[in-house]
Ligand binder design. Structure first.
Ligand code: PHE
Length: 344
């Protein structure tokens, strides 16, 4: 019996050591130490032993059981440790790998310029007004002192949809609409950004669709000097503190007097290809709101006066960023657009 027990121990310890996984190990435990296992069998047979032999044999069974249990437990911990090592190896993340680059887009140069101009005027107390791109002839022309048949309508070749409906040629109709909303009461202080349309043949400096920002201030005692100071502040903030402006007499039916506004060139007046040797660059049109326009919009022109100006973002962006062809803004060439993104 002693011999038998020793053999069982040897066998079980060997098998436990060779177990491949936890399930096999558990099977070994059940097979040797379970209720129907051989060790239990030996215990059951103890009743037949003599009184001297019994404690001896009992102690031996305990030793064998202890040895098998220890072998199984040792193997169990090593199998568990192995499993953890395997899992760690499989799930390990190599934090030294370079990350995948996240490509960031950027605002379109026209959006950038528009927002910059908006911020600048909002900072001077203006609010933003918007209006429809499909506009009535009345707001686009008539209410701006341009009755039907007026020769100055030729200045803005127009896409007509019906005789009374057109694609707006400038954002000045938004000024008319805003003044009407004020019902004859000042002050009005707005800028109107938006798309405008003209029947131009597209080339390096012309586009049948482009963007404008117009500004309008109506109040009591608004003077030409207010216009000049405003545009001077605009030019300096947009192009640099060292820039000057110059006003040249011009004509617009909706302003009187009217001016073209030039900004001094970055060449500092020496003359370069951008200013075509003149030292000045034309950037916008402006003037004092014509009394007829004020009256048609419901303002008493003996009490109220105002100034207005209008500029094209394409032109401003071309000057600011040195872009030589207006078509770059619309052809979606990534090589062009990428230059304006935040990151490469
Ligand atoms: N609306 C004019 C244009 O598009 C620009 C302008 C606006 C001129 C306001 C004077 C005053 O040509």
């Amino acid at each position: 019996m002693e011999e038998q027990l020793k053999q069982l121990q040897e066998e079980a310890v060997k098998k436990a050591a060779a177990a491949q996984d936890l399930k096999e190990l558990n099977d070994i435990r059940v097979a040797y130490l379970g209720k129907k296992g051989p060790v239990t069998e030996v215990l059951k047979g103890m009743g037949k032993l003599s009184a001297e032999e019994r404690p001896k044999m009992g102690a031996l069974v305990n030793v064998v059981r202890e040895a098998i249990t220890t072998a199984i437990e040792t193997k169990q911990s090593s199998l568990e440790a192995e499993a953890i090592q395997k899992q760690l190896a499989e799930e390990s993340v190599d934090v030294t790998l370079p990350g995948r680059p996240v490509k960031l887009g950027g605002h379109h140069p026209l959006t950038r310029v528009t927002e910059e101009i908006e911020d600048l005027f909002i900072g001077m107390g203006y609010t933003i007004a918007e209006g429809p791109e499909v506009e009535q002839d009345y707001y686009n022309f008539e209410a701006l002192n341009l009755p039907k048949g007026h020769p100055a309508r030729d200045m803005q070749d127009t896409f007509y949809i019906t005789p009374e409906l057109l694609l707006r040629t400038h954002t000045s109709p938004v000024q008319v609409r805003t003044m009407l909303k004020h019902a004859g009461k000042g002050p009005v202080k707005i800028i109107c950004p938006g798309k405008v349309y003209r029947r131009d043949s597209d080339d390096a400096t012309h586009s049948h669709q482009f963007n404008q920002i117009e500004g309008l201030v109506v109040g009591e005692n608004i003077r030409m000097s207010d216009l000049k100071g405003t545009l001077d502040a605009f030019a300096k903030r947009m192009f640099g503190e060292d820039r000057e402006i110059r006003l040249r007499p011009s004509f617009f039916p909706f302003t009187e007097p009217s001016v073209e506004v030039d900004v001094s060139c970055m060449c500092g007046g020496k003359g370069c290809s951008i200013c075509k040797g003149t030292g000045w660059i034309e950037v916008l049109g402006a003037g004092m709101v014509h009394p007829n326009v004020l009256e048609m919009a419901g303002f008493d022109s003996t009490v109220y006066s105002g100034f207005a100006f209008g500029m094209g973002q394409e032109r401003i962006a071309m000057l600011k960023y040195g872009i030589d062809d207006i078509r770059h803004f619309y052809t979606n060439d990534m090589r062009f657009l990428k230059q304006f993104s935040v990151h490469e």
